[in-house]
Design a protein around this ligand. Structure first.
Ligand code: SAM
Length: 357
């Protein structure tokens, strides 16, 4: 579909999956800053940098209306009156912004207590215009970057967002952009299967991680969505383990209902593992389990924190590590005092002792 036609057609199933993930993450993120009587931040800013007109041709809600719906659901929370709440909705196309204003008005989404900032602004300009907010540690930020095919999230933009305090962000990568990445000299030789979008998507996340300062605790997670023959991707970034943990809880909940993202895909690395041969088609979690077990047996995993890092790097929930941990414990390979890693123990993780390889 031509980009100009995007909102003149009904959203397709892949787009709806993406929008649901945007909305569900906002639903998880907002109460972190609104549920406490003494909030952890003075202000809260939600940015939709590629907002569009608000609906598709069938009047299905797009990201800006969904964000407003979610924030409105939290007005009874104890922190509501103690945080200033800002929703910034931008789009480069002035006509779409005019339609968006009409849609906000006709759906009665000009909400009390929320400062709405709806403007025709191109992404780079919008980011610059809000640089003070992105630098402010007392402002919580959530940014959605639902760009078309051309990637606006270059190295400098990624560093700005990742370096911004209390900022979680989610951006879209089209299938064609993923494949352009596959030709990038910095990641070309690292991609095991350049014909496989899942591998490319993971390599793209590794590329972005490589832009971060060495030893920085920052989380980048991919989420792949199948649309026809193509895979496209979301990339999530957060400095906080709770952020990525919530994101993965959301995406896997979404998988369970749509089956769109948890697609089966052949993994070369599984050929080395006899366990899976001939029994069933390997899945994303099978591949993760093989890699987790290998990492544990190599001695590279010494605590629940290391396990969670591997989960987050693979885009799976920490709960997905449970079976591998139980099996290795039963087989006398490791000693540990828990069944599932807990993100609440981030600062003082429980140990895992390797008894034999
Ligand atoms: C995929 S659509 C966004 C869809 C929207 N999130 C929704 O739910 O309806 C991409 C939008 O980006 C806008 N756009 C294209 N280039 C832009 C730029 N450089 N800066 C800001 N917006 C841009 C287009 O006008 C279009 O509305």
């Amino acid at each position: 579909m031509k980009t100009a036609d995007f909102h003149n057609e009904p959203f397709d199933e892949g787009t709806l999956t993406k929008l649901d993930i945007f909305e569900l993450y906002a639903k998880e993120w907002l109460p972190v800053f609104l549920s406490r009587p003494t909030p952890i931040c003075k202000s809260l800013h939600v940015f939709d940098f590629f907002a569009g007109p608000g609906t598709d041709s069938a009047a299905t809600w797009g990201s800006p209306l969904r964000l407003l719906r979610q924030i409105n659901n939290y007005r009874d929370q104890p922190g509501w009156d103690h945080v200033s709440k800002h929703v910034h909705l931008y789009d480069g196309d002035a006509q779409k912004v005019a339609k968006l204003k009409n849609n906000i008005s006709s759906h009665k989404l000009q909400l009390d207590g929320i400062r709405l900032d709806v403007r025709a602004l191109k992404f780079q300009r919008a980011l610059e215009a809000n640089s003070n907010i992105f630098a402010d540690p007392n402002a919580a930020k959530l940014a959605f970057i639902d760009q078309f095919g051309v990637s606006e999230v270059g190295d400098a933009v990624f560093r700005t967002l990742a370096g911004s305090p209390r900022c979680d962000f989610l951006f879209f990568i089209s299938s064609s952009t993923l494949h352009r990445f596959a030709d990038h000299p910095a990641i070309k030789q690292k991609i095991e299967r350049p014909d496989d979008s899942y591998h490319v998507h993971r390599a793209v996340c590794d590329y972005y991680r490589g832009l971060l300062p060495p030893n920085s605790e920052y989380f980048v997670a991919p989420f792949s969505i199948k649309k026809g023959a193509n895979i496209y991707g979301l990339v999530f970034g957060s400095a906080h383990p709770l952020g990525i943990d919530k994101f993965l809880q959301v995406t896997w909940r979404k998988d369970a209902t749509s089956g769109e993202a948890n697609f089966d895909i052949h993994r070369d690395n599984l050929v080395r593992n006899q366990k899976y041969l001939g029994f069933k088609k390997p899945t994303k979690t099978d591949a993760f389990e093989v890699e987790l077990e290998t990492a544990i047996r190599s001695g590279a995993v010494t605590s629940e924190l290391d396990v969670m890092r591997i989960c987050y790097a693979h885009g799976v929930k920490r709960q997905h590590s449970k079976d591998v941990l139980a099996k290795l414990k039963k087989d006398g390979v490791i000693k540990l005092s828990f069944r599932t890693p807990d993100v609440a123990n981030w600062r003082s993780p429980r140990p895992i002792e390797l008894l034999r390889r």
